[in-house]
Write a protein that binds this ligand. Sequence first.
Ligand code: Z5A
Length: 212
Amino acid sequence: MKQAHLISFEGGEGCGKSTQARLLADWLEAQGVPAVLTREPGGTPGAEAIRQMVLDPPETGWSAEAEALLFAAARADHVARLIRPALAAGRWVICDRFIDSSLAYQGAASGIGLEQVRQLHVIGSKGLLPSKTILLDVPPHEAARRIKRRENQQTDAIEERSAAYHQQVAAAFRLLAQQEPERFVVIDGSGPISGIQEQVRFALRMLPGVEG
Ligand code: Z5A
């Protein structure tokens, strides 16, 4: 594989993003393809510090605007200090959430607006987009079942928002995927882990530098 790519995983909580991102990074490494597994918000010391602030906010909370700026700031640091250098060094970057999470959560569900969030991304990260975005679609009852059974039972400030908020997030992800069918691949995330991973790898086969 001659060209490095940024691949993002998106979806609601409990959809299996982290599991699939880790499996993909491990598989690439096993193929001799250098890959970095990272996450948002986070991935660099600065962005991890912001993660702490947004997921465990001060008692007064953040306004929707401040929250959108914090996610954009975390991403700007992550892109400048980890993602771009890794891609330039020929390493694939597998990212658990990226700009589409800001579009769905802050842009759509929190009401900031998709265009405003895109503008923040242009300012913060020069508008960097993944080569492919894997959207894992899981029905709410299955996601809830997984969340109940996962080891870490701590919830964050965004997870705790209403069911209506999370429905808006899910609808926004579906809309974003429809708007950019070249970049997005929507995969039913409710099946077995191995079958989903096969579909993830299949989705990447036509990327430049991968085919053949
Ligand atoms: N957020 C935002 O608002 N704006 C932004 O710009 C960004 C983020 C970047 C933190 O995200 C919060 O930040 C998030 C959005 C917001 N809040 N919410 N909601 P996070 O990624 O750290 O947390 P999360 O979205 O809540 O992810 P998660 O709970 O870690 O879930 P996941 O990564 O999608 O799933 P998983 O950890 O791979 O799997 C969950 C469990 O299900 C686990 O026990 C697995 O073993 C199991 N699993 C996974 N796949 C399967 C299948 N196929 N079958 C059965 N069981 C499975």
